[in-house]
Design a protein around this ligand. Structure first.
Ligand code: UD1
Ligand code: MG
Length: 463
């Protein structure tokens, strides 16, 4: 907004119960693409850089506020929830500066900021702006009624048209999106004049349109680029349908950027996924938080990656779970590997099946290929860590570090009891429980000596 434009305030209506969700989670907290519905609406609104944003909460108000601890918004409590008109009035009460107010519903997550901006631009002292859309299935929506000259004169709610058996109105396919913008001072006055004389016994925000027409304000309309932008979410079926649409759009964005997807219908991105060139992603993968994949990275089927960076040419084999970690270049992971927060793999590291790594750094070329645990460990270059070996990093009260220096070989089934250091080039014999530092270059074996009893007779079954 330029400094000469009147101050813009935004009121987000998010107090409704969302009865049809049949959930204890308030509607606006239901997740879409990994984010609460309300977060999507707030992100679009924030792009307009409004002077003030008020969010009207009611049902589950405390949970909704708690879900947005960092949001720079004014919270307004609507109790009881007496309709959208009442919610708008509650939201306008804390608005500090008159100018233009944009009203947005909290359950239309895909509204784009460009569409909102275009709508706001239509408003002036004599003009009210309404976002409408012509849709095939208008069931449940308010209908836009225009006069012979094509000017909007009022909105009639679906239920009221039904109650009045008004076929002419029911036949209208131009619907109210619930998103509108108006001169703030006029809107305050209009909302104060609303009455609940309608099918639902509530204060309808939509009734301000007829008032605008009567007060001599022109009702200008704008339309979104696509129907998806104004799709409201009222139940789990609509939520799932919208999720698929969002995911398909994300898949198309990735493919347009050159990513190869085995099946665009079988990928879920619940955050941001940044890909280099020639990345291949197999079916059934879920990406959460911020994930970055370098050039030529391959992700096998059914992997979950959350807040992960993967370097050039690395391969994540099927069924691997990576969270909060960094992976270097040319690394091989999985199948069935688990990288937990703080795992940092250098270039050319190999992590094989059923290997778990937590809060550990592995330097270039280190390998743990089978059935192993590395927790709170610092692993040097070219270390080979055997099957069944673990770092005993937790003494029941505190965590301790294990240091495995460069070129160490740890045999199978070893327990490295931290804090402990295995010196560079050292070898730990299979089956050792290492409780003291092992010197560099030496063989350390910490297991009982083999005992052989000749001619051993096995017990016989009694008859
Ligand atoms: C509303 C519109 C309808 C429009 C449709 C678009 C009215 C009367 N009707 O109907 O014309 O086609 O949206 O989706 O405005 N809310 C509150 N407090 C309340 C009631 C609702 O904050 O007391 C909030 C809800 O949380 C929701 C929004 O307002 O975010 C819309 O409420 P909802 O009950 O979904 O209205 P619809 O019946 O869909
Ligand atoms: Mg609705």
């Amino acid at each position: 907004m330029s400094s000469t434009a009147p101050p813009l305030s935004v009121v987000v209506l998010a107090a409704g119960k969302g009865t049809r969700m049949k959930s204890r989670l308030p509607k606006v907290l239901q997740p879409l693409a990994g984010q609460p519905l309300l977060a999507h609406a707030l992100a679009s609104v924030a792009a307009l850089q409004p002077a003030q944003t008020v969010v009207v909460v009611g049902h589950g108000a405390e949970d909704v506020r708690a879900a947005f601890p960092a949001a720079s918004v004014t919270w307004a409590l609507q109790s009881p929830q007496n309709g959208t008109g009442h919610a708008a009035a509650v939201g306008l009460a804390p608005v500090e500066r008159d100018g233009v107010t944009l009203l947005v519903t909290g359950d239309t997550p895909l509204i784009r900021s460009e569409t909102l901006h275009a709508l706001v631009s239509l408003v002036n002292e004599q003009t009210f702006a309404l976002l409408t859309c012509v849709v095939e299935d208008v069931t449940g929506y308010g209908r836009i009624v225009r006069d012979a000259a094509g000017e909007v004169v009022k909105i009639v709610e679906h239920k009221d048209a039904l109650a009045a058996n008004d076929h002419a109105v029911l036949a209208i396919h131009e619907m109210n999106t619930g998103i509108m913008a108006a001169p703030t001072a006029w809107l305050r006055g209009a909302l104060a004049r609303l009455t609940p004389h309608n099918a639902q016994g509530e204060l309808y925000l939509t009734d301000v349109i007829a008032m605008a027409a009567i007060d001599g304000l022109r009702v200008a309309t704008a339309q979104p680029d696509s129907e998806m932008e104004i799709a409201g979410v009222n139940d789990k079926i609509q939520l799932a349908a919208l999720e698929r649409k969002v995911q398909l759009a994300e898949a198309e964005k990735l493919m347009t950027a050159g990513v190869t997807l085995a099946d665009p219908a079988r990928i879920d991105v619940r955050g941001t996924l940044d890909c280099g060139s020639d990345v291949f992603i197999d079916v059934g993968c879920v990406f959460e938080g911020a994930v970055k994949l370098g050039d030529n990275v391959r992700i096998g089927p059914n992997c979950v990656l959350r807040d992960v960076t993967v370097g050039t040419g690395s391969v994540v084999h099927p069924m691997s779970h990576l969270e909060g970690c960094t992976v270097g270049e040319g690394v091989l992971i999985g199948p069935f590997a688990r990288l937990r927060p703080g795992a940092a793999l250098g270039d050319e590291v190999h992590i094989g099946n059923f290997v778990e790594v937590k809060n550990s750094t592995l330097a270039k070329g280190a390998k743990a290929n089978h059935l192993a645990y590395l927790g709170d460990a610092t692993v040097g270059e070219r270390v080979n860590y055997g099957a069944g070996s673990i770092t005993a990093n937790y003494d029941g009260a505190n965590k301790h570090r294990t240091v495995i220096e460069a070129d160490v070989h740890v045999g199978s089934n070893c327990v490295l009891v931290a804090p402990v250091t295995i010196g560079a080039g050292g070898t730990v014999g299979g089956g050792s429980t290492v409780t003291k530092n092992a010197p560099a270059g030496a063989l350390t074996v910490a297991r009982s000596k083999p005992v052989t009893i000749a001619n051993w007779k096995r017990p016989q079954k009694k008859t």
